[in-house]
Design a protein around this ligand. Structure first.
Ligand code: FAD
Length: 118
């Protein structure tokens, strides 16, 4: 990330990474960014669901070999790992301006990963 997150020579300002979608890809990216970015930088996940369902595990559920609690994780738990969560349906993405509209809010960042699935 660079650009808006930096202020003047040698002076770093906190930056924000937006991850749009909290599925398998989005959560992997968000956790990786949280590990590698400085603590002062924000990682913000934008997602419409309150929990993540691990899709491949549905096969086991269909045959009666697992229960939803075994493959469903509340996304609120991300906050304890230093990742911010914005809950809302994404209605617009502006890649050039690095903004996302979700749930009536506009969230701005310095970099963005779109992981809304297929
Ligand atoms: C039964 C089943 C079995 C599978 N088995 C395998 C397997 O064996 N191996 C394998 O590699 N893959 C398997 N897959 C596929 C795998 O689950 C997907 O490839 C994977 O989930 C894709 O990850 P993703 O992050 O791109 O999208 P997703 O995991 O689908 O995540 C997208 C996220 O974006 C959110 N979102 C979408 N639109 C909006 C919006 N407008 N506003 C806000 N949020 C939004 C969704 O709620 C979701 O949380 C299986 C899938 C299923 C259903």
């Amino acid at each position: 990330m660079d650009g808006r997150g930096r202020q003047g020579p040698g002076v770093l300002k906190a930056r924000t990474a937006l991850v749009v979608g909290a599925g398998i890809g989005g959560l992997a990216v968000a956790r990786r960014l949280r590990r590698i970015l400085p603590a002062g930088d924000r990682v913000v996940v934008v997602e419409r669901e309150r929990s993540q369902v691990f899709g491949p595990a549905l096969l086991w559920y269909i045959v009666g070999a697992s229960e939803p609690a075994q493959f469903t994780r509340p996304l609120e738990a991300l906050r304890t790992g230093g990742i911010d969560l914005v809950h809302g349906e994404v209605s617009r993405i502006d890649p050039a301006g690095v903004t996302v509209e979700a749930g009536g809010r506009t969230i701005a960042g310095d970099a963005m990963v779109v992981a809304l699935g297929a």
